[in-house]
Design a protein around this ligand. Sequence first.
Ligand SMILES: Nc1ncnc2c1ncn2[C@@H]1O[C@H](COP(=O)(O)OP(=O)(O)OP(=O)(O)O)[C@@H](O)[C@H]1O
Length: 362
Amino acid sequence: MSKILIQNAVKKYGNNTVIPDLNIEIKDGELFTLLGPSGCGKTTLLRMIAGFNSIEGGDIYFNDTRINDIDPSRRNIGMVFQNYAIFPHMTVRDNVAFGLKNRKMEKEKIQELTDKYLQLMQISQYATRMPNQLSGGQQQRIALARALVISPDVLLMDEPLSNLDAKLRLEMRSVIRHTQKNVGITTVYVTHDQEEAMAISDTIAVMKDGVIQHVGAPKDIYQRPKNVFVATFIGRTNILPAKIEQGTLIFSSGYRVKLDYLDQLENQEVQCSVRPEEFVISKQGDEGIHGIVKEYTYLGLNTHYAVETESGLTVEIVEESSLEDELKPGQNVLLQMKKHKINVFDKEGSRNLVRSEAYERQ
Ligand SMILES: Nc1ncnc2c1ncn2[C@@H]1O[C@H](COP(=O)(O)OP(=O)(O)OP(=O)(O)O)[C@@H](O)[C@H]1O
């Protein structure tokens, strides 16, 4: 098992710098996810850890060993990619045993370990089949068994679920999560699917243009995103402009929310992130932002509303469905916010101004 330390890593393709200066520490035994939009450099970074990409600056360590110049085949890494990368001409058993045979292990030991991982991944009954006689999920189980059987120090997974249909993706998510915890292997997982990242990870690093934006537990990233990019990339949110005066947020409609956990910033323009579930919507009341329901979508458990506010901005709201009358398009409504949930960013959207102790208190 290994912890992974990446210090001041730089990656260039020719003159194009895709990772300018990246620092990450991945703890021993954790499932660490690189999450970000297409082209942000996730696969590039994973390939640097694997040794398939050169590094133009900085260092990568597995525990205390600097691995920059160690050949990929000697890094003791297990890998699972989206296209399975299993051998079509070999049986399931031979696929799983492949890495062990390569290491010239004794026959009995190969048999024992192969059996163990076929069983762990619940594919023993398919051991003599060829991969094309199996479903996508079963093939991905072979890939996982084959990666783990060699007892790697680190497991690297690049979008391993993206070729599977929605139902299998959910099932394989929990297979990966349980197996990873069971084996206790340090895992770096790449995805652009934020829900998958939330469901599977101990820690998530959100990336944009080769720069880490926020590293934290899924809940931390969702509830206290470090900047507007992270707030909008993880889950859905509404960004509303406001002003701070005497510790009070004043929205353009005049709606005021007194907050006691903001940095002491006066007369500052800010951006506020309010998630759809953090609004309270009612037909009447004294205080709030006035709006008109433009759309509503009943989804059983929840109802989604699009509400045009008096400033012209349309916000997205989710409420638990109730037996009472729904709010239909054209209805005048009043919006309030669950004030402790609001995130407040500087005008540029680059820094969260909510003090961290406020978050600890919740
Ligand atoms: N071999 C290469 N040569 C030149 N540029 C490359 C190469 N591989 C990747 N890039 C560029 O580096 C940037 C990062 O690519 P990368 O594949 O790491 O992104 P990603 O976040 O994994 O994206 P995706 O989610 O689409 O797989 C992109 O702009 C891409 O065009």
